[in-house]
Ligand binder design. Structure first.
Ligand code: ATP
Length: 285
């Protein structure tokens, strides 16, 4: 038996981390969205063997237990108490290690896919709780709808108000950012937190111009100290007409937002000459 699942990239419209738990887990407060830049996973179960086999069109991903999709298959097999083999093919489109949650989204897609194949009837909330064992972004990726995400990533509250149709120009400079290294740079006494409640209020009452002004990512200055091109890229997005621009996650991906397709294309064309790995994407609402 076989199912297809789309694994959407995530962007952090806003990101705060108020403190770190004694065991080292990060506490988060984020407004997250999914975009239609996506991997496609073909997930197959078989009684011919008992292995988990991961294949990918990307040459740089681990295909063993280090792959988050593999880990999700292991989790679901334990959950379902089955020993069937699982074969996963990942058609990789989401840039790797970009701050777009590609691995987490693949894992979430495997949770959803095996839930369907084995008719486990787990709710999104149950899959999200399971997924937290893999990575903080997996619970959000199970939903892949605009949501405020708090706690260690396990509290996902989808927005009640619908966002307008938005275009996102997503640009990944050719630099590698290590998430743990950036997280270690945070000085909790010094860090300037934004006002997430104000942002949520603006979003929930559809005051999008106010929302754009209230967007923030506390990690952006840390990554930008090491890689100043992130700020230059942000400025270019704004110059070409984005209503707002910001780094996602720990970077290096920067995105620009607009509700006009013509303007999104102008930003896209302008940025492409500067950073070749640039995509035009739509919000998943
Ligand atoms: P994070 O911020 O959670 O570190 P990211 O969103 O920046 O992640 P990913 O594309 O998820 O980036 O890749 C992070 C790391 O996870 C890479 O080193 C990659 O080798 C590993 N990884 C494991 N499984 C996958 C997968 N299925 N897709 C992408 N990366 C994966």
């Amino acid at each position: 038996m076989e199912v297809l699942e789309r694994a959407y990239a995530k962007l952090n419209i806003s990101l705060d981390t108020p403190f770190v738990h004694p065991n080292g887990d990060q506490e988060w407060d984020m407004l997250m969205v999914a975009i239609d830049l996506a991997d496609t996973l073909t997930i197959r179960t078989t009684t011919k063997h008992h292995d988990i086999i991961v294949e990918s069109t990307s040459g740089i991903l681990p295909l063993n237990e280090k792959n988050l999709a593999f880990q999700a298959a292991m989790l679901m097999r334990n959950e379902a108490q089955v020993s069937e083999g699982v074969e996963i093919h990942i058609d990789k489109r989401i840039p790797v290690a970009a701050g777009m949650g590609g691995g987490s989204s693949d894992a979430a897609a495997v949770l959803r896919g095996l839930n369907r194949l084995w008719k486990l009837n787990r709710s999104e909330q149950e899959l999200a709780q399971l997924g937290l064992q893999i990575d903080a972004d997996v619970p959000f990726c199970v939903y892949s709808r605009p949501a405020r995400v708090t706690g260690r990533g396990e509290r996902v509250e989808p927005l009640t108000a619908k966002l307008p149709p938005l275009w996102l120009v997503v640009s990944k400079p050719a630099i590698s950012v290590s998430t743990p290294k950036i997280l270690r740079l945070i000085d909790y006494e010094q860090v300037e937190h934004g006002d997430m409640d104000k942002l949520m209020e603006a979003v929930n009452t559809s005051h999008f111009n106010q929302a754009y002004k209230a967007m923030f990512n506390v990690l952006e200055p840390l990554t930008a100290t090491r890689f100043p091109e992130i700020i230059k890229l942000k400025e270019k997005m704004l110059q070409f007409g984005a209503d707002a621009a910001q780094m996602s996650g720990t970077g290096p991906t920067v995105f620009g937002i607009t509700d006009k397709h013509s303007r999104a294309k102008r930003i896209m064309n302008g940025i492409k000459g500067f950073v070749s790995e640039t995509y035009l994407a739509r919000l998943i609402n």
